[in-house]
Ligand binder design. Structure first.
Ligand code: PRT
Ligand code: ZN
Length: 285
């Protein structure tokens, strides 16, 4: 039987979210952890656990049909594969940082300076785009200590909260790339694999939609029902049911995570009571 072979990170920052995404898509990993490969009971999929840096190559070579990897790694490795979906986790940015006390005057500040990074390809592209010549010092880890030990005047590294930079006396001055985990695909998938990928993608999109939305139930006085309904778009339109208590209705709807707090406040102002907010497991539209 045809299986979709997927490569995910073996351990590290993308591992938990990758496995959770598979789980939320109804794909349960069999034969457990600490393996190079896992099978699934309920979806024709085979999972390979690899270092993230190797995933683009494996997908290009069709050892894996698809893979989950950060955009930072994908663009740095520059392998032949397509991004098919942004997955909404592993968010970070590849940023230029310099000494806290240095005055940053624009990209020209870096001219003739040494930049330590694990992303030489992306840094060179960014320097070229900005017409700056600088010396790239490629190092594979602990990039943030390079200025402190006199190896470089600037660094380009991944940042999420910014606390690593702060603790090392550095400040962020430019964003080279915004990144998140993506699903990548071999460029020449066979027909059967492509069909499995479509199925998998359909599930991923339902999970993503559900994560971005909440189910809301509330009680509304009938005389303010129209006002409350206008605040709640719902998938088609909100469900309205009469309550046992005269003059009141129960209203059910779906609202987006982004508008959530704003809408809840306006609902309360409009007289809504007993507002319940429930996570959605899957959302199929
Ligand atoms: O062993 P393997 O090669 O598979 O893993 P790895 O050590 O190369 O990667 P890992 O697990 O550290 O990161 C995997 C992916 O997670 C990265 O390629 C990014 O796509 C994504 N990601 C998201 C991050 C971060 N956020 C992040 N903050 N990767 C690394 N960092 C590091 C950064 O390098 C710096 O050292 O965290 C530090 C900064 O964090 P803040 O919060 O202090 O700013
Ligand atoms: Zn890595």
């Amino acid at each position: 039987m045809t299986k979709l072979k997927i490569a995910i990170q073996k351990s590290g920052r993308l591992y938990d979210d990758s496995v959770k995404l598979l789980k939320d898509c109804g794909i349960d990993l069999k034969n457990g952890v600490n393996k190079l490969k896992a099978e699934c009971d309920n979806f024709p999929m085979e999972i390979y656990f690899l270092r993230d840096d190797d995933i683009p190559q494996y997908v290009e070579d069709a050892v894996a049909d698809v893979g989950i990897v950060g955009e930072n790694v994908f663009y740095e490795k520059n392998k032949r594969a397509d991004i098919v979906e942004q997955l909404g986790f592993g968010k970070c940015r590849l940023a230029v940082a310099i000494g806290k006390a240095d005055h940053y005057s624009g990209a020209g500040f870096l001219s003739g300076k040494r930049i330590a990074t694990s992303y030489p390809v992306l840094v060179q592209q960014w320097l070229d785009k900005n017409g700056v010549q600088a010396e790239i010092q490629e190092i594979s880890g602990s990039v943030e200590i390079a200025p402190g030990i006199g190896l470089a005047e600037a660094i380009v590294d991944l940042v999420s909260s910014g606390s690593t930079l702060f603790m090392n006396g550095l400040k962020e001055v430019e964003t080279v790339l915004k990144s998140q985990a993506v699903l990548i695909r071999n460029e020449r998938l066979g027909e059967a694999q492509q069909q499995l990928l479509e199925k998998f993608l359909f599930r991923i999109r339902s999970v993503k939609k559900a994560r971005n939305n909440k189910y809301v139930l509330l009680n509304a006085p009938n005389d303010r029902l129209q006002e409350i309904i206008r605040l709640l778009p719902g998938m088609k339109s909100p469900t309205v049911l009469p309550l046992a208590e005269e003059g009141w209705s129960s209203v059910h709807s779906v609202i987006s995570e982004n508008d959530f707090w704003d809408i809840i406040e306006r609902l309360k102002d409009a007289g809504a009571q007993g507002i319940l907010v429930v996570p959605i497991e899957k959302m199929v539209i």
